[in-house]
Design a protein around this ligand. Structure first.
Ligand code: ADP
Ligand code: MG
Length: 704
């Protein structure tokens, strides 16, 4: 079946099948394949520990306390017995160290334990101690005969599965495989970074780094190995992004937009307000891009309300001024409509034909739009992914603006660009979520970045407060006063998919209680399960001021703009992430009046929740909030990052490794500037390593 014997390419050491590693064999190999996707020596080397533990510290049973996440105890195994029946059946062993008694409990692997445990022998046990009626116990402890432990210092804890543990492939077992692999691999592991970088940043060698990351000799070595591997990971991450960016800049020609009649006219006669310094700076950056003869690939981010719409509109005018069309694609219908309304206000001033195309556009209208886009009489189109359908063709599409890029796949986006066969349209990605610098550098590292960092002048900062549910009466009193002054109020309830039914009930209960508490005041309700036309109807009533309170789920998170609404009440605020709270708050503070955001929670909230709420109460700055969010949640959980594919960082943590990331990026930039094709001998390690990464990727796709 296999023709490996005839293959012409010499297989590298790292491609060796894992079953050939000493002590593995075909059975364990099958498990490693199945459970961890480890097929080769190379795969195992890259199976990194997610944590290291200091095993030089020993605890005494008499000194155990509930705050310990794990304890290591040296002692003797006394008698044991099997108790319980069925799935409660367990083995309980008594373990003593002279200072007290500890119960060790196993639900699984009992027969193996019985056969192999040696009564009265000295063991080292490790695990989380829990106390039950004054008795300490550890369930499924790690247990090692004294003298057989893996060194007494730092050990690695690996990602594992239950199935592996049942077969006794635990972190200890992986560590010992790793030891034998690393010994064998020593002559094959090559340096992956240029010598000058290794020296400049005083990094340990690749081999030492791998060895000590898996089998740390000391805390200092562990630290150095982490620093080195993180640097390498981030360096290659940045190198590839920047290389891509460079390719775009050199390989992809772009339309040159240097006429600006509409722009000048708009500036001179129609612009309804003075642009902020930040808007002007960003427009300058964009305008510069549009004249280089290269395709623009730029990210525009700025907080809610920072005025991205007008920046988008003026960017579109540059295209229109040069005989090209522009489109704006948004991830949802509500957002697409909001953009349409926002842009249309400006477009109408100049007599520009702007349209909207979404899944719910009527067939007849759709046909007309298609026709006008093709013959060029429609200059601007906004819409959802309906825009990328093949039937949608343009006469001369020159600019694509994509809102909230992470919700679109790369493939979808490129279908949009392909709508100009002659030359790639310019691309601007827009997002309403301020992104911390480190995240922007990795997530959007291949784009140029523009950030609107100030809000239009004269905005009153929103006042944010935290109130407990018990204070609802006084909160309602405050709402009544605001409504009496002519303002409108949002009350938002969480809606999380897993508990949709319960949430819907909470929302309905809330609606009823609000209706009861505010007799005579008309209340709207809005949630995701409503029909599109019902939503529009309710939204319409609120926009026109016919209803004073909008009880809603997070469907109002994006795109809703009612300047007269000045109070945002967020119920169960503990159930929202920080960036979501900030997005929601952004729905108010759009008019001239002082706006308020009231975060309601129960008395009992976790530490993280408290920090989120305190952050919200302290600041309105989206960039600052994004930083706290990143610290709290880590990059993996921030919306969109997981799907981005750029985030498969194994070791680095973008919320902590900011300095390493900066150094890695600067290094990559420097090398690309001086030696973009990596022809200098000193850069040979990069060339070789990139080739391996590429090969691994193909392997990966074959497996996955
Ligand atoms: P976002 O960045 O959230 O899309 P918008 O573009 O919707 O923000 O702008 C928010 C509000 O601020 C709109 O009503 C807009 O007309 C107004 N606005 C934008 N820029 C300015 C400015 N420079 N001065 C005053 N108001 C502005
Ligand atoms: Mg907007």
């Amino acid at each position: 079946m296999s023709n490996e014997g005839q293959t012409l390419v010499r297989r590298s050491f790292f491609d060796t099948k894992i079953e050939f590693l000493k002590g593995v064999g075909s059975q364990k190999a099958a498990l490693l394949n199945q459970e961890l996707n480890i097929f080769t020596f190379g795969d195992l080397l890259q199976h990194y520990p997610f944590r290291h533990e200091d095993r030089s510290i020993f605890h005494r049973i008499g000194e155990l306390n509930e705050t310990l996440n794990a304890a290591q105890i040296r002692g003797r195994l006394r008698e044991w017995s099997i108790v319980g029946e069925g799935n409660k059946k367990r083995m309980v062993a008594h373990f003593t160290d002279g200072s007290g008694m500890l119960e060790l409990v196993w639900f699984q692997g009992i027969s193996w334990m019985e056969k192999n445990l040696r009564p009265n022998a000295e063991y080292i046990v490790y695990g989380k101690p829990v106390s039950f009626g004054g008795r300490w116990s550890i369930t499924h402890p790690e247990i090692t005969l004294t003298g057989q432990e893996q060194g007494s210092g730092w050990i690695s804890i690996y990602p594992l599965t239950e199935k592996l543990r049942k077969k006794f492939i635990d972190s200890k077992a992986i560590s010992s495989m790793m030891r034998s692999l690393l010994e064998q691999a020593r002559p094959h592991i090559r340096e992956t970074l240029p010598e000058n970088l290794v020296q400049k940043y005083r990094m340990v060698s690749k081999f030492d780094a791998l060895w000590n990351f898996h089998l740390p000799q000391s805390q200092a070595w562990l630290h150095q190995s982490q620093r080195r591997l993180k640097f390498e990971e981030l360096f290659y991450n940045q190198f590839r992004l920047l290389k891509n960016k460079l390719l775009h800049k050199t390989e992809f020609p772009g339309l040159i937009f240097d006429n600006q009649e509409l722009v000048s006219d708009f500036y001179a006669r129609h612009i309804p307000f003075q642009l902020t310094g930040s808007q002007i700076k960003v427009l300058q950056e964009i305008h510069d891009d549009l004249r280089t003869g290269r395709q623009m690939n730029r990210l525009l981010h700025g907080d809610v309300g920072s005025g991205k719409t007008i920046v988008a509109f003026i960017t579109m005018l540059f295209a229109l001024d040069n005989g090209a069309q522009a489109c704006l694609m948004a991830p949802t219908e509500i957002l697409a409509d909001q953009h349409y309304q926002g842009l249309k206000k400006f477009a109408d001033l100049l007599g520009i034909n702007i349209g909207k195309l979404t899944g719910s556009t009527k067939k007849k209208d759709r046909a007309l739009i298609h026709e006008q886009l093709l013959n060029g009489s429609m200059q601007i189109i906004t819409g959802t992914h309906a825009l990328i359908e093949d039937v949608v063709q343009f006469k001369n599409l020159g600019l694509c603006i994509i809102d909230e890029q992470h919700r679109f796949g790369v493939a979808q986006r490129s279908r949009l660009w392909a709508k100009n066969e002659r030359i790639n349209p310019h691309i601007m990605v827009m997002t309403a979520t301020p992104i911390p610098r480190t995240l922007a550098m990795t997530l959007y590292g291949d784009l140029d970045i523009s950030a609107i960092t100030e809000l239009p002048a004269g905005r009153k900062p929103i006042k944010t407060v935290h109130r407990y549910d018990a204070h609802r009466l006084s909160v309602f009193g405050f709402l009544r006063d605001e409504i009496d002054k002519g303002r409108q109020v949002y009350m938002v309830y969480p809606l999380i998919e897993e508990s949709e039914k319960m949430d819907l009930k909470d929302l309905m209960d809330g609606y009823e209680s609000v209706s009861r508490s505010f007799p005579g005041i008309p209340v709207s309700i809005l949630h995701g399960k409503m029909k599109s036309q019902d939503k529009e109807f309710e939204m319409g009533r609120f926009v026109r001021g016919e209803t004073k309170i909008m009880v809603a789920t997070t469907v109002i998170e994006v795109g809703v703009n009612v300047p007269n609404a000045s109070v945002m009440v967020i119920e169960n605020a503990e159930r929202f992430g920080l960036s979501q709270l900030h997005q929601l708050r952004g729905r108010v503070g759009r008019g001239a009046e002082q706006s308020y955001c009231i975060l309601m929670t129960d008395y009992k909230i976790s530490k993280d929740t408290r920090l989120r709420i305190e952050t919200m109460c302290r600041t309105n700055d989206g960039f600052e909030i994004a930083e706290v969010d990143l610290q709290l949640r880590g990059p993996g959980d921030i919306t969109g990052t997981r799907q981005s594919g750029l985030m498969d960082l194994l070791i680095s943590n973008l919320s902590q490794d900011t300095e390493i990331l900066k150094a890695a990026r600067i290094s990559a930039e420097g090398i690309l500037q001086l030696d973009p094709d990596l022809l200098q001998p000193v850069n040979l390690p990069i060339r070789t390593h990139l080739a391996t990464i590429r090969k691994e990727e193909t392997n990966w796709s074959r497996i996955g």
